[in-house]
Design a binder for this molecule. Sequence first.
Ligand SMILES: NC(=O)C1=CN([C@@H]2O[C@H](COP(=O)(O)OP(=O)(O)OC[C@H]3O[C@@H](n4cnc5c(N)ncnc54)[C@H](OP(=O)(O)O)[C@@H]3O)[C@@H](O)[C@H]2O)C=CC1
Ligand SMILES: O=C(O)CCC(=O)C(=O)O
Ligand SMILES: [Mg+2]
Length: 416
Amino acid sequence: MYQHVKIPSDGEKIRISTDGLLAVPDNPIVPFIEGDGIGIDITPVMKKVVDAAVEKAYGGKRKISWMEIYAGEKATQVYGSDVWLPDETLQAAKEFVVSIKGPLTTPVGGGIRSINVALRQQLDLYICLRPVRYFSGVPSPVKSPEKTDMVIFRENSEDIYAGIEWEAESESAKKVIDFLVKDMGVTSIRFPQTSGIGIKPVSREGTERFVRKAIQYAIDNQRKSLTLVHKGNIMKFTEGAFKKWSYAVAANEFGAELLDGGPWMKLPQEKGGIIIKDVIADAFLQQILLRPEEYDVVATLNLNGDYISDALAAQVGGIGIAPGANLSDSVAIFEATHGTAPKYAGKDQVNPGSIILSAEMMLRHMGWVEAADMIIRAMEATIQHKIVTYDFARLMPGAQQVSCSAFGNAMIKYLS
Ligand SMILES: NC(=O)C1=CN([C@@H]2O[C@H](COP(=O)(O)OP(=O)(O)OC[C@H]3O[C@@H](n4cnc5c(N)ncnc54)[C@H](OP(=O)(O)O)[C@@H]3O)[C@@H](O)[C@H]2O)C=CC1
Ligand SMILES: O=C(O)CCC(=O)C(=O)O
Ligand SMILES: [Mg+2]
């Protein structure tokens, strides 16, 4: 029973069958969170484009029944001023299996650090999957943006994002520092009286389940390489262990063998002969600009993945068209890489491309590939016709600058 969520009477649930595959009815109920800030602009446009693509692809045989669920500022209006992430939102995301969300503001002074992070942790959405590809015609700060074609696997449940930290000069921080100094023999806290403390948990189990999925993705999608991006030279038992455990999964579970004496590895030919390699995070950030064609699937921890997502998005035109998915072994929540961009909220101005492409990933995940393909073609055609929102128009001579909703309407016109 739901208190404020209205289940559409004309739809059916997506289910997970006994073999672990999705069973998607022709009229699935898909929960959506509108999102804060520019959520009010982009989410309705995304729904309109998706509905039009599904209608066109399946001639009315298939249709999504959208069901609104709440998080962020809208949840506080519906459920009460302290309720940023209602339990029934989590329940609906689990029960209806596939959802999509707009961006959510991090509440100032609330009990929750980030509602996005809380959603990922509470539903154990341990993979953040963010493909980065170039759409021809998009303005980019690099000379050959088409060379960037990567898929980021960002570990989504561990690392410094676990939110284990204590404020400087608090009783808790003092206690932890005392323990570190007296019981653990730590001598390297430079200013113990005034240090805040954060803890970075990275586990073998978390790494293994995550990198297993990333390698399988690389095999299933015929990718050339998988690069582990880490800062293991400095953080040996977290980032370094991530690298070590990941190579071990490649060897023990996928039969990878050392390449030229290692540490790089290669999967057997029947698994695509994919190269498994690693690079230190700072070097990676310069190499993606200098030689992006050398990187394909990228597997990395949470904080590195956050930085890398925005950096790579910029290379192909910015976070206006950067899609993503948060995945567990059962539940999926699709969302854009960008945030709530508050200064543009309600102005019908921003690029709805990120959430539309996130919905495209959702349709593909559901097996509705014809509608997904149509969305990709419509995005390509709209940009080719130089019909773009402000973010692209400011770097694109001769472009026709349109509003967020007009961009969606242009995409609908070019659905084919
Ligand atoms: N998953 C989520 O829900 C996320 C939520 N957040 C939250 O969002 C809030 C704001 O974060 P902030 O750091 O400003 O980052 P944002 O991603 O919200 O915005 C930063 C800048 O990116 C550009 N931008 C973002 N979205 C679009 C779009 N759709 N179209 C065109 N340009 C876009 C704008 O650049 P310009 O000004 O140059 O036009 C904008 O000012 C914070 O509360 C943060 O915690 C942040 C990231 C992810
Ligand atoms: O939750 C937030 O405020 C930030 C999330 C974020 O930056 C991301 O998912 O990339
Ligand atoms: Mg981010």
